[in-house]
Design a binder for this molecule. Structure first.
Ligand code: PGA
Length: 272
């Protein structure tokens, strides 16, 4: 059992899946199966977050309010209001009870022209509105093959945080998602993931302080499934997961979030 005071966090990133009705059914199913001691300090404590599409946020929020599960958006825009067709402001997210927001997901960087600069502006806006930013970073397969993974991750983090006070750093959640592992069924090995997570924590220590870096949850994402969670989550610097495909089903999301409770049923569970 690893020793850390960081509360593990499991985030469901539904991407562009689920209608309002389907999202509500998931939220009701999740609520019905939650343990009473969710988010309590100690080995069984967990923070759980559901990030549905914008259209389902209000319904998911209404169903999860008071359950201890948080809900968040998959993106935001940095302006408060204005003529920005198609965009959603931080205040609009707060209005539907969001307390978190995913920022800089690789699919947005790849398909929607998200840059390190727009990531920075979104991060700044989220922090200013007390929305927990879940900042996504990760290298492509080409980056990994060229052995520039650490340079890429360092650049993404430094540019995202550029000019922010060090005291903002403990408010962050960082998700390390190797692009080659997202939705591909390929997962980073625990050794590959831990190596990058440890690097990120060290970098945060340099940008802020060792103490502040120890407070930041660093999640792993990329083809997390119930049968590979336990192996990954035992690493000292992996504090939970950002889960895509496997978060669309209540049972599988719960098996992932509570891997230590379910390991008897989880093939390839943790080594003794
Ligand atoms: P995946 O997605 O679990 O389906 O690989 C993870 C993510 O993109 O956040």
């Amino acid at each position: 059992m690893k020793t850390t005071s960081r509360l593990p966090m499991y985030v469901a990133n539904w991407k562009m899946y689920k209608t309002v009705g389907q999202a509500q059914a998931f939220a009701q199913g999740l609520r019905a199966q939650l343990p009473n001691d969710l988010a309590s300090p100690g080995p069984t404590g967990r923070e759980m977050v559901v990030c549905p599409p914008f259209t389902a946020l209000a319904a998911v929020g209404d169903t999860l309010r008071g359950s201890g599960v948080r809900w968040g958006a998959q993106d935001l825009f940095w302006e408060s209001e204005g003529a920005f067709t198609g965009e959603i402001s931080p205040g609009m997210l707060q209005d539907v009870g969001c307390s978190c927001v995913i920022i800089g997901h690789s699919e947005r960087r790849q398909h929607f022209a998200e840059t390190d600069h727009t990531v920075h502006q979104k991060l700044r806006a989220a922090l200013a509105h007390r929305l927990t930013p879940i900042l996504c970073v990760g290298e492509s397969l080409q980056d990994r093959e060229r052995e520039v993974t650490f340079q890429i991750i360092a650049r993404q983090i430094k540019l995202a945080l550029h000019g922010l006070p060090a005291t903002d750093i403990p408010q962050l959640v960082i998700a390390y998602e190797p692009v080659w592992a997202i939705g591909t069924g390929k997962t980073a090995t625990p050794v590959q993931a831990e190596e990058v997570h440890a690097f990120i924590r060290k970098l945060l220590g340099q940008l802020a302080s060792e103490t502040m870096s120890q407070q930041v949850r660093i999640l792993y994402g990329g083809s997390i499934k119930p049968n590979n969670t336990a192996e990954l989550m035992q690493s000292p610097n992996i504090d939970g997961g950002l889960v895509g495909g496997a978060s669309l089903d209540v049972t599988s999301f719960l098996q992932i979030a509570f891997w230590d409770h379910t390991m008897a049923r989880t093939p390839g569970g943790p080594r003794a």
